[in-house]
Design a protein around this ligand. Structure first.
Ligand code: HEC
Length: 132
């Protein structure tokens, strides 16, 4: 019996292979994105948006709640919201996470830096698409 179980586990491991490794890293990316969005000093998102899992008292209401954005927008559109938010509203107060100009009230330590790296943007988009 023990041997049968051991064989089954081995078989499953063989079948799983790279596919399982990929889904592991996808899960990690989503978790990283969630952490960035909920962090008040990294993504800044929670300063303006209600974020699922973050208490209302610790989140903003300048922008729409992020719950459901994965159903409202495609991954590509969500990336555009992050990188070029003015495409959706020319007068938006939402800062681009990828640019450095036009920031107001940034702490001196953050001057001259984009809010997020490309890897962080990928993680945030991966997380946002899960908010259906
Ligand atoms: C200074 C406030 C502010 C910050 C910071 C901010 N946003 Fe926004 N965001 C807005 C506003 C306001 C809108 C509504 C559209 C508009 O007027 O630009 C918006 C729209 C959006 C939308 C479209 C939502 C919808 O339902 O149409 C998404 C997605 C989004 N923001 C994600 C983010 C993420 C992720 C971050 C953090 C990386 C972030 N925002 C940071 C203010 C902000």
């Amino acid at each position: 019996m023990g041997k049968l179980i051991a064989t089954t586990v081995l078989l499953l491991a063989a079948v799983c292979g790279t596919a399982c490794a990929q889904s592991d890293s996808a899960v990690t990316r989503v978790a990283e994105g969630a952490a960035i969005v909920a962090n008040r000093t990294v993504g800044l998102c929670v300063l303006c948006h209600a974020v699922p899992g973050v208490p209302a008292s610790q989140s903003g209401s300048i922008g729409p709640p992020l719950a459901g954005v994965g159903a409202r927008w495609s991954a590509e559109q969500l990336r555009e919201h992050l990188v070029t938010p003015e495409r959706f509203n020319p007068n938006t107060v939402m800062p681009s996470v990828a640019r450095v100009e036009n920031f107001v009230r940034l702490t001196p330590a953050r001057q001259g830096q984009a809010l997020l790296t490309d890897t962080q943007i990928d993680a945030v988009v991966a997380y946002l698409v899960t908010l259906k």
